[in-house]
Design a binder for this molecule. Structure first.
Ligand SMILES: Cc1cc2nc3c(=O)[nH]c(=O)nc-3n(C[C@H](O)[C@H](O)[C@H](O)COP(=O)(O)OP(=O)(O)OC[C@H]3O[C@@H](n4cnc5c(N)ncnc54)[C@H](O)[C@@H]3O)c2cc1C
Length: 183
């Protein structure tokens, strides 16, 4: 049983279509937010009987013995109810960004994003750097690749904070090798 209509829900449904005995995708509306190609693939698999689309339903309750799931109860907005036997439920309802105490660090966090200098990852607090999805600047792309590049920028900038008296000699692991830490 897979709940949701975004990329994660659709990707998992497609990935499991060949190995799961049965897959039901519960979604509250006809349109999927997932990429058009994967949504089209989902509908192909549904037409081929490999995936059951449970639309327009939402999760209402779970049945089980406290240890194992037995069934999922789904409902429409009008209150129509279905009980579907299930062994596993994967729910994909998006990510909630909760910064917790970081919100109180005075970094100007807004909607889970901390403004940074994109060339260094430096926040408004000296010595505090932010990289990855949490770091914001104009035209930011929230991608793994971006996060890795930002990590390199921030590490170089942080080196100067940690070792103000040492020059940083830029090297590539291709030629200098990967540093091995003695344990
Ligand atoms: C459905 C989906 C598909 C994606 N596909 C791609 C893709 O194909 N290619 C690509 O490049 N990018 C993709 N991305 C984007 C990519 O996942 C992100 O850009 C990347 O994961 C960001 O890495 P991060 O380390 O900055 O943040 P995250 O991966 O979000 O990691 C942050 C971590 O911090 C933890 N955390 C949060 N708050 C606190 C706190 N207060 N204290 C302690 N820990 C905390 C979180 O639990 C989480 O583990 C996708 C994103 C989504 C949602």
């Amino acid at each position: 049983m897979i709940a949701g209509g975004g990329d994660s829900a659709v990707d998992w449904a497609i990935a499991l279509a060949d190995s799961a005995a049965e897959i039901h995708v519960i979604h509250r509306r006809e349109q999927f937010r997932a990429a058009p190609e994967t949504s089209a693939r989902l509908h192909e698999l549904a037409a081929a009987g490999k995936i059951q689309l449970v639309i327009p339903y939402q999760l209402a309750a779970l049945e089980g013995d406290g240890e194992r799931l037995a069934a999922v109860i789904v409902k429409t907005l009008k209150g129509e109810e279905r009980r579907i036997a299930a062994d596993h439920l994967l729910a994909f309802f998006g990510l909630a960004s909760k910064l917790g105490p970081i919100n109180d660090w005075g970094l100007g966090a807004h909607n889970g994003v901390i403004p940074v200098d994109p060339s260094t990852g430096a926040t408004s607090a000296p010595g505090v750097f932010a990289i990855g999805d949490i770091a914001g600047y104009p035209r930011k792309l929230k991608l793994i690749l971006t996060g890795f590049a930002e990590a390199a920028h921030a590490a170089h900038a942080a080196y100067a904070v940690v070792h103000p008296d040492r020059a940083l000699h830029f090297e590539h692991s291709t030629t200098a090798g990967v540093p091995i830490r003695e344990s």
